[in-house]
Write a protein that binds this ligand. Sequence first.
Ligand SMILES: Cc1cc2nc3c(=O)[nH]c(=O)nc-3n(C[C@H](O)[C@H](O)[C@H](O)COP(=O)(O)OP(=O)(O)OC[C@H]3O[C@@H](n4cnc5c(N)ncnc54)[C@H](O)[C@@H]3O)c2cc1C
Length: 426
Amino acid sequence: MKKNNNLLEIPNINSKDAKIKELIYDVDDSLFNKVNYSKKELEHLCVCSGGTTSSCAKDGFTTLDLRKNYSKIHFDKESKLVTIGGGVIMGDLINHLEKHNRSFPIGLSKLPGAGYILTGGVSPLSRAHGLAIDNIESIKGFLGNGKFISLKKDQISPGKQLIWEAIKGAAPFFSIITEIGLKTIQSNPIEIIEGFVNLNELSEIIKLSEGFPENISLQWIYAQKIYIYIFAELKNYSEDKRTKEYLILLEKFPALEKNFYENFNVINFFPKELDLYELNANNHSEVISLLGEDLENDIPIFIKCLNEIMDNKPNNSCYIASQQLGCKTKQLIHGSSFFVHRNSTWKPWIYASWKKHDLQERKVVMDWMYNSWSILKRFFPNIHLAQLHNHLNSHREELTLAFGNRIDELKTLKNIFDPQNILPPL
Ligand SMILES: Cc1cc2nc3c(=O)[nH]c(=O)nc-3n(C[C@H](O)[C@H](O)[C@H](O)COP(=O)(O)OP(=O)(O)OC[C@H]3O[C@@H](n4cnc5c(N)ncnc54)[C@H](O)[C@@H]3O)c2cc1C
């Protein structure tokens, strides 16, 4: 996408390179009156918030870029709720909340935009504070038929209940969200135990982590080598015997070091300096995110499979990584949503990257991604639809594995509220 009117560049390189048809900034009637989206097979409106995915701009498609006109952030000191525009990126949200000693369960990067929240939002804080969608208090926006909607968590009429639930996890298919009200959380000190480990150590640490209390989570990345982060939110630490017991167990891993942070807002995961994977602006990429339950006795076989996958890695940019959910994300206290795989403990993702325009390498790399997915399916049978892949052959299967028994309800909503297929297809 061209740099336009001082807008930020698109972080995703595939989208940045796209030769788009038109760039628009406002959600108004003309957007919905256009009859041309469904003329060409599968053409639809692309929506850009953080611009971190390969689906926010495409060759020959129109992009609605929310970053220019939907970028406001307002924190209400009394209610401690924050209201953000649909084009706000998570780094700006966190920086704003930092001024008020508050935080929000953002993911491992500050780059993603509202797409992070609307597709679920898995954070190192999620085991204690839920997914990002669990913290949505209100939304404003437009359905694909142009109808304005404004919903508040405690005031949902029975007729709007299904829309409210579907916004939480499946919004991009039938709505354009221009404003989100979010609960914020108190900022607490954080301890991180991090460093390189070998496969045997990863195996031991995964085993340990499946017993972690809700304030501790494990995240790891296996690129050239394996790097882990054990993240602990220290609430009432002096009285927290269980947290101390777990953190002491990690002292036996010699390469791991302890770091303390004032709060979650100031942490940068996987920084460039660690040189964990090849960051290449000349590469294009796709990412697929999986979901699965505790590995328990399958840890050794999982580690064997991971080793096999990494042995077949086609280049140094590709990697596998994982985040840990559980505890609060397994509870239904936040109300029903379209993030249906609530029993999940692990969200691994496969990052597949190739030299742009090298179609031969693309094929090899995508084959590796799909092959790795099929190997990992026995442990992680479901999908976290954090990236929309309607341009890939796997889209249909991903939809089924993401929305499970709610896929028909989503199709019904799509038929009613986006009858022209203006928004990404199901
Ligand atoms: C470096 C990095 C780290 C990440 N870490 C995590 C993590 O820790 N946890 C996690 O859960 N995910 C993580 N993700 C995944 C990320 O949250 C999702 O891919 C998310 O969809 C990206 O949203 P975006 O707004 O940045 O992307 P965009 O490309 O702008 O949007 C993605 C899709 O969402 C839709 N969309 C975006 N905004 C709106 C809106 N306001 N209304 C309607 N539809 C909208 C668009 O249709 C678009 O196709 C990470 C991604 C990256 C690149």
